[in-house]
Design a binder for this molecule. Structure first.
Ligand code: SAM
Ligand code: SF4
Length: 346
């Protein structure tokens, strides 16, 4: 289990009295990721164990009303500027549209997005757009059906493709496709980029991080950004685009002969921790400031025991103040976090 505190035990004596979510290293939290479930329709080998994650008892999951309240506190009290739903797989929650609708009503104008594997999205895209969802990121690593089935342990590629097209038709744009880089994904990277350019969706490759539930990640067999770039450059004319937002983790390239781009999130080899602007809420209602730190702060208890918005915000500020400087992957004594990516919310 991660170390769960109430937020009162950490030192904030030197924290300036500002309303925003600032930390000791001068970073400000602006981007809130909310995991809404541990359940998933896939079992990607770099994320989930084959049997799935241990189920969270229903009463421990935040309800739509609680999620909407947290979102309002995050925006009004703490200066959060965008909210993304994730998991596990957000589409596994039957009340997803209600969650989105309640949040959209509480914080009109704040961008609401979702990271999803898109399975079943073809039947729900219109309802989600109507509820107030603005855009989506879809995880898709390969267009090779057999390879997809091996990597995700489920033969569901057609459903993902149908979901992407339905999302585009419902106006959930821009659509970004995220592909985790693995030795197997490298082989199909050129095809995947060609398909995304054709469909008018942008593609970003992500270096695989040591956040797999099976703990088999090893730097030595990781595919890095440099290797991918050399493979893509053999088939595409790539021109690097200057980044205007330093907190955006993706480096981007324009693809010659098209209006599209391709991005690479080199989370391992080119760490962007010093510009990190994220804060996370787990499905059970704990605040987690860094993917790689097991330190979590419970706010579900506060929400359910009559605490004011002001008190919840104060606990969140303390948690953020103590955010770690970086992921620490380069340290000799690096130990991956207890929770895997699917259990934290990527
Ligand atoms: N199920 C949804 C999905 O796959 O989009 C949302 C949750 S998933 C944990 C969020 C993101 O984390 C996905 O883009 C996925 O590819 C990424 N991810 C999972 N495990 C990862 C790892 N070990 N390293 C890098 N990214 C990872
Ligand atoms: Fe599920 Fe997303 Fe993890 Fe794949 S990456 S197992 S789709 S939570």
């Amino acid at each position: 289990m991660p170390a769960i505190g109430s937020g009162k035990e950490s030192s904030t004596a030197d924290r300036p009295d500002t309303p925003g979510l600032v930390d000791r290293f001068g970073r400000r939290g602006k981007d809130l990721r909310i995991s809404i479930t541990e359940k998933c329709s896939l079992r990607c080998t770099y994320c989930m164990p084959e049997e799935g994650l241990p189920p969270i008892p229903g009463q421990n999951l935040l309800t739509p009303a609680e999620i909407a309240r947290v979102v309002e506190i995050a925006v009004r009290n703490l200066g959060i500027e965008e909210v993304r739903f994730t998991g596990g797989e957000p589409l596994m929650r039957v009340d997803l549209a209600e969650i989105v609708r309640r949040c959209a009503q509480r914080v009109p104008g704040i961008p609401l997005s979702m990271t999803t594997n898109a399975i079943g999205l073809q039947y729900r895209a219109a309802e989600l757009a109507d509820a107030g969802l603005d855009r989506i990121n879809v995880s898709l690593d390969t267009l090779d059906r057999e390879h997809f089935a091996r990597l995700t342990r489920r033969d569901r590629l057609p459903s993902v493709l149908a979901g992407i097209r339905a999302a585009a038709a419902a106006g959930l744009r821009p659509i970004k496709v995220n592909a985790v880089l693995m030795p197997e994904t490298l082989h199909g990277a050129v095809d995947l980029l060609g398909w995304c350019l054709n469909e008018g969706v942008s593609l970003r490759f992500i270096e695989q991080m040591p956040l797999d539930a099976d703990h088999v990640w090893a730097r030595t067999n990781m595919v890095d950004a440099r290797r991918l770039l050399s493979v893509l450059s053999e088939s595409f004319d790539l021109r690097e685009i200057e980044r205007d937002d330093p907190s955006s983790p993706a480096e981007e390239w324009a693809v010659g002969g098209s209006t599209g781009t391709v991005g690479i999130i080199a989370s391992v080899t080119r760490s962007f921790c010093s510009d990190c602007d994220r804060t996370r809420l787990t499905a059970e209602g704990t605040i987690r400031s860094c993917l790689f730190s097991d330190q979590e702060t419970d706010i579900r208890g506060l929400l359910r025991s009559g605490s004011s918005d002001h008190d919840v915000a104060q606990v969140w500020r303390s948690a953020m103040w103590n955010k770690s400087a970086g992921h620490g992957m380069d340290a000799e004594d690096f130990v991956p976090p207890v929770r895997s990516m699917g259990a934290i919310g990527g």
